[in-house]
Design a binder for this molecule. Structure first.
Ligand code: FES
Ligand code: FES
Length: 154
């Protein structure tokens, strides 16, 4: 059933009209043209679609719009609205990520976890990144970037 929903995306209120079960990922990419959040498996497995909702990293592909109503959402585009984010700087410095397709979701998971709890360690983040697939073998460089970032924020 089509309904009206209000969500806040990267600090901007958005009024959305969509079927209640439309995945938040489709709303971001198709309605709001925020293409930085990627469609991978579409089934809650790969992590490419990870965004931050009310401070927690979640998969946007299996989050229906009805459950996002009234929530604050941050996407990869929101990270750099005031210039490149320090976490992105570290990922670039370490050349972490070869394809860029999974890196948006990986970046958002790392950002969300450290925002929520800056006392997290690299090992904690490594465990949580289990939910974001990367097949190019960049995990070591991604974790080096996380280590550098943690030193900046802690
Ligand atoms: S596209 Fe959402 S987890 Fe794979
Ligand atoms: S960054 Fe995409 S496969 Fe590793």
């Amino acid at each position: 059933m089509t309904n009206k929903y209000k969500i806040n995306v990267n600090g901007i209120d958005q009024n959305i009209e969509a079927d209640e079960n439309t995945p938040l990922l489709y709303i971001l990419r198709n309605h709001l043209k925020l293409k930085g959040t990627k469609f991978g498996c579409g089934d809650g497995i790969c992590g490419a679609c990870t965004i931050i909702m009310d401070g927690l990293p979640i998969f946007s592909c299996d989050t229906p719009i009805w459950s996002a109503a009234g929530k604050e959402i941050e996407t990869i585009e929101g990270l750099s609205k005031n210039g490149i984010h320090p976490l992105q700087e570290e990922l670039i410095n370490e050349q972490a990520g070869q394809c860029g397709y999974c890196l948006s979701g990986i970046t958002m998971r790392i950002k969300g976890l450290i925002d929520k709890d800056p006392s997290k360690t690299v090992d904690d983040i490594a465990n949580e990144l289990d939910r974001n697939l990367c097949r190019c073998g960049s995990q070591t460089r991604i974790l080096k970037a996380v280590d550098n970032y943690l030193k900046k924020v802690s």
